[in-house]
Design a protein around this ligand. Structure first.
Ligand code: ZN
Length: 240
């Protein structure tokens, strides 16, 4: 049984459709969404509906949390804040209700799903180095944990020490633990503009990172037509 693990869609419909089609073409039967379905880009309703229709486990991201309540947004950059205020006006009460009931952490088969970190999932910290990874590993009770949030695809491995591995394709070794950032579907920030996600096979103990081109020009055109900040259209092209 193959799983597609994906997140940080951020309302980028063109990227999400390409990811779902690619996953199905690779024999994926199950999906897991790591949150931040909305925010930044121009199709929050459509992306939310597509994810809901999958009927799959979904964990809550910080943008999901901000989009479904009415409190003053703080702690986010001004572009994110502007996009979230716009997003709040796009979503129905039912959409917001669905977002608000999402859990922060889910366990599926032999793996865990979280948006940010396992040591404090609701504080939205970032795992950017092996010290951050060590803090999260202390709360990881499955061989593999998948996360998003930084929009940077990457892997931390815990053996007799914690080290960083390349986000390519590899076999899961039984004596090790893995903290895997699947990258972002809709707004990658690792210098590669292509949509990122992971295919994981728990039986084969194998994991592969996928990067896919999508219709960038259409996604950008929609951002501009919606009156969202120009910078949000520009950053998609450079993956930053
Ligand atoms: Zn995000």
């Amino acid at each position: 049984m193959r799983y597609a693990i994906f997140g940080d869609i951020h309302a980028n419909l063109e990227a999400l459709e390409v990811v779902l089609a690619d996953a199905r073409a690779h024999g994926v039967a199950e999906f897991v969404c790591l949150g931040d379905v909305v925010g930044y880009n121009a199709n929050p309703r459509e992306c939310l509906q597509l994810v809901r229709d999958l009927g799959c486990p979904v964990v809550k991201g910080n943008h999901d949390e901000e989009a479904c309540n009415e409190r003053q947004i703080d702690g986010l950059n001004p572009y994110a804040e502007e996009a979230l205020n716009w997003t709040r006006n796009q979503l129905s009460a039912d959409d917001k209700g669905w977002l608000s009931q999402l859990r922060l952490v889910r366990q599926i088969r032999d793996f865990t799903a979280v948006h940010a970190t396992l040591d404090s999932p609701g504080a939205w910290g970032y795992v950017m180095n092996r010290f951050d990874a060590m803090a999260s590993f202390a709360y990881q009770f499955t061989p593999v944990c998948f996360c998003g949030h930084s929009h940077v695809a990457g892997v931390f491995v815990k053996a007799d020490r914690v080290f960083e591995a390349e986000p390519t394709s590899f076999a899961i070794e039984p004596a090790q633990k893995y903290f895997v950032n699947v990258g972002s579907v809709g707004q990658p920030r690792d210098g590669d503009w292509r949509a990122s996600y992971v295919i994981y096979d728990p039986e084969e103990k194998h994991l592969v990172f996928r990067r896919l081109e999508y219709d960038l020009a259409t996604a950008q055109k929609k951002i501009r037509a919606a009156g969202l900040p120009e910078m949000l259209a520009e950053r998609l092209a450079v993956g930053s």
